[in-house]
Ligand binder design. Structure first.
Ligand SMILES: Nc1ncnc2c1ncn2[C@@H]1O[C@H](COP(=O)(O)OP(=O)(O)OP(=O)(O)O)[C@@H](O)[C@H]1O
Length: 343
């Protein structure tokens, strides 16, 4: 059976309601060619037994993909908000049909996310494919991305407790991915890939470059470091490592922890004594001088904040961003350590 057919059979198996998957088995999206993917036409499936999708229904819900319904743009497609006829609101990612990367990521996202069920991982509800269109349908998050709330929302700042809640949610989701029988490296942890629900609970999204990790070697043979934001990328990738590893996710998570507590954008330069440095180096230097309280987001309220908790938080982030890959803690350990910090 060729790999495309295998994948389709597998995806349809996964559609059985209430079936809890044992181990995700993402098919090799990297070896599936554009031509193979283009040859799959007119299919749709729902991963939720209560929802049915078809291209006709989704076209109707978005008034034929009218720009009025666009809520965002990503590197491989446009995202629409739509209300289905049963009242459920969904986000529809419509892939750019010209982009090879789009086809590959469509496949990877569908097979990986379609079988993961965890409260801190975005739910994919289904997909639709025709000869000219590829659509992925997700649960809709009213609050959108963490990046938006940290950096773009004027007159808003998270309190410490909410920051801790978000960090714990991401840690729990990542720890789940890493502890599967065949662990999954997300490969693109960043604030844009964390969505927030109405209670500010975190949900990890964007599995387009996620990879299954071979337990015997502890890495996958391919990765897409180019998709990972440079500032979230561990030093070993910058030095040329080309394997996907769980430790790379831990590093990106550590950068995300710094971003959440400091409110600094990791992609913008940080200055220390007039010198421009990256956020990880800045944090290491500040922590070495015991300046953890000065690192906190200046716009955050300080009442009730306990210094020991702040110190512990930054210590965990520092361990995650160790330059030495093997010295980084596992996500399971990170989650345990974070649990000693109250929200
Ligand atoms: N499920 C969703 N609920 C609410 N908003 C969403 C949802 N999915 C996407 N969006 C919106 O669409 C935007 C684009 O999402 P998308 O995942 O395509 O790209 P991205 O992750 O922001 O960028 P890139 O793909 O380049 O990493 C998001 O920033 C968000 O504002």
């Amino acid at each position: 059976m060729d790999c495309v057919l295998q994948a389709v059979v597998w995806v349809f198996r996964c559609r059985k309601p209430n079936k809890t998957p044992q181990t995700p088995k993402p098919v090799s999206a990297t070896t599936t060619t554009t031509t193979e993917l283009s040859s799959i036409t007119d299919q749709s499936a729902s991963f939720d037994p209560n929802l049915k999708f078809s291209m006709t229904k989704l076209r109707a819900a978005t008034k034929d993909f009218s720009p009025k319904f666009i809520i965002g743009d990503g590197s491989f497609g446009t995202v629409y908000k739509a209300q289905l006829s049963n009242g459920v609101t969904v986000a529809i990612k419509r892939l750019n049909p010209d982009a090879f990367k789009g086809f590959r990521e469509f496949w990877a996202e569908m097979v990986t996310l379609g079988m993961l069920h965890h409260p801190n991982i975005v739910k994919i509800l289904g997909y639709c494919m025709t000869s000219s269109d590829r659509l992925l349908i997700y649960e809709f998050f009213q609050k959108g991305s963490l990046d938006h709330w940290l950096h773009l929302e004027r007159n808003f700042t998270f309190i410490w407790g909410t920051r801790i809640q978000i960090v714990k949610g991401v840690a729990k989701g990542l720890s789940f991915l890493h502890s599967l029988d065949k662990p999954i490296a997300h490969q693109n942890i960043k604030s844009r890939n964390v969505f927030l629900d109405s209670n500010f609970q975190a949900h990890i999204t964007d599995f387009g470059v996620a990879r299954g990790i071979d337990n015997s070697t502890s890495y996958a043979s391919t990765q897409s470091a180019d998709a990972m934001g440079y500032c979230y990328m561990p030093p070993e990738y910058k030095e040329g490592l080309t394997s996907a590893t769980l430790e790379a996710d831990v590093y990106s998570f550590g950068i995300l922890m710094f971003e959440i507590a400091t409110g600094k954008r990791p992609n913008l330069p940080t200055f220390l004594y007039g010198k421009e440095i990256g956020i990880a180096e800045w944090a290491r230097k500040m922590l070495a001088q015991d300046e953890h309280m000065q690192m906190l987001d200046g716009s955050m309220r300080r009442d009730g904040l306990i210094e020991a908790h702040v110190k512990e938080y930054f210590e965990i982030a520092r361990m995650c961003t160790s330059e030495i890959r093997r010295e980084r803690p596992t996500m399971a350990k990170v989650f345990r350590l974070l649990n000693s910090i109250p929200m």
